[in-house]
Design a protein around this ligand. Structure first.
Ligand SMILES: Cc1cc2nc3c(=O)[nH]c(=O)nc-3n(C[C@H](O)[C@H](O)[C@H](O)COP(=O)(O)OP(=O)(O)OC[C@H]3O[C@@H](n4cnc5c(N)ncnc54)[C@H](O)[C@@H]3O)c2cc1C
Length: 336
């Protein structure tokens, strides 16, 4: 494979500004913060690329969250995301400015757009990363993501091709505090924009907001396959109610239809950072624990004392999930 622009020097850390559902989806802000850290180590700066129409307010938010430069392409054709048009436009920017690193959130959007862009740029892409670091020897981006079905964590580097591209799981990094007075440079690059997509957006409808915000809940009670049935799973809702918390689930519980997909935690679901997380009948697979690692205190309930979940739990109860849940609910109800 031919190396991109091999005679020219690449520089800068770029973050793609995914501002759709801005107030719920904070991953771009988290990437700006992480991008700043990487850029500092590399002696460079963070640029946020913003495409769309009348997107000034979002660009200003990125400035307030630490972007050094905003690269804004504002055009009516870019009002709604179209993968082919966006790829053509951003590929032009990359060829012209040659970033060293380019990051996007592993949202539905990032998961579609970034692989296509990486293919167009003839570079590599690590999907769903949970950690990013700089290799002190070569300055390469170390992209850590679950591999082989989550059995292993792989550190991936892209030694030759540029930019080094990665999508990052939401909730892995802390966003910086909002600073209204922060200053950023704004660049309006000249690019060719043609609406020439084979897929046309006919209409879009926002997904219904959830009643309770799982990501912001101070207490999360999560359950997995070990609960055995929908009826047993319902006990989690009772416990959550007693504790003023929300319910989360592992993939098997969602697949079994015990609970809706929006409560899935982990690599392909949500990441939570509650003060207390109680996890019942979950083995502790990496794809799940990725979503709960930010919890302050974890209590695990599992009938197998060797279950890997106990390695990350602060407290563990070995026993039948249903019985322990029933007991807890009974005790808590007496105290309310
Ligand atoms: C690419 C990829 C992405 C994935 N993304 C996700 C993701 O985002 N989120 C996710 O959750 N999974 C994800 N998975 C699946 C993940 O690998 C695991 O299979 C899943 O997390 C396991 O769920 P579990 O712990 O509920 O089930 P299991 O691994 O089957 O564990 C069940 C546990 O319950 C215990 N148990 C059994 N009976 C009882 C009882 N009566 N009382 C108490 N404990 C009991 C058992 O000892 C066991 O430890 C993904 C997999 C892949 C390949």
């Amino acid at each position: 494979m031919k190396k991109m622009q091999e005679n020219k020097r690449t520089q800068g850390v770029w973050v793609f500004g995914d501002y759709r559902n801005y107030f719920q989806n904070r991953v771009t802000l988290q990437l700006i913060a992480k991008g700043k850290e990487l850029a500092d180590r590399l002696g460079t700066e963070v640029t946020v690329v913003v495409l769309g129409h009348q997107v000034h307010q979002f660009a200003m938010e990125y400035a307030a969250h630490g972007a050094d430069t905003l690269m804004v392409v504002d055009h009516p054709v870019l009002k709604t995301y179209q993968v082919e048009t966006y790829t053509r436009v951003v590929a032009q920017l990359v060829h012209e400015w040659m970033p060293h690193i380019f990051l996007a959130g592993a949202t539905a959007f990032g998961r579609e757009f970034f692989p296509r862009l990486a293919k167009r740029l003839k570079t590599g892409l690590s999907a769903d990363c949970i950690s990013l670091e700089v290799d002190p020897e070569h300055g390469w981006l170390i992209q850590t993501s679950p591999a082989f079905g989550g059995e292993l964590l792989a550190d991936v580097v892209t030694p030759e091709h540029r930019p080094q591209m990665a999508t990052v799981h939401p909730g892995m990094f802390e966003e910086r505090a909002h600073d209204r007075k922060a200053l950023s440079r704004i660049v309006y690059p000249e690019v060719q924009i043609e609406a020439d997509d084979r897929v046309q957006l006919v209409r879009s409808k926002p997904e219904q907001a959830h009643k309770g915000e799982l990501e912001d809940a101070p207490v999360v009670v999560a359950g997995g396959r070990g609960l055995g049935s929908r009826e047993n799973f319902q006990l989690l809702f009772e416990l959550a109610e007693c504790l003023g918390g929300q319910v989360g689930a592992t993939r098997p519980a969602v697949t079994a239809g015990w609970v809706e997909e929006s409560r899935l935690l982990g690599q392909t679901g949500k990441s939570v950072k509650p003060r207390l997380l109680i996890t019942v009948g979950t083995s502790g697979a990496l794809q799940y624990t990725t979503g709960i690692q930010g919890a302050e205190t974890i209590i695990a309930i599992n009938r197998d004392s060797n279950a890997p979940i106990f390695k990350m739990a602060d407290f563990g109860l070995v026993g039948d999930g249903r019985s322990i849940l029933s007991l807890l609910i009974e005790k808590l109800r007496k105290r309310i």
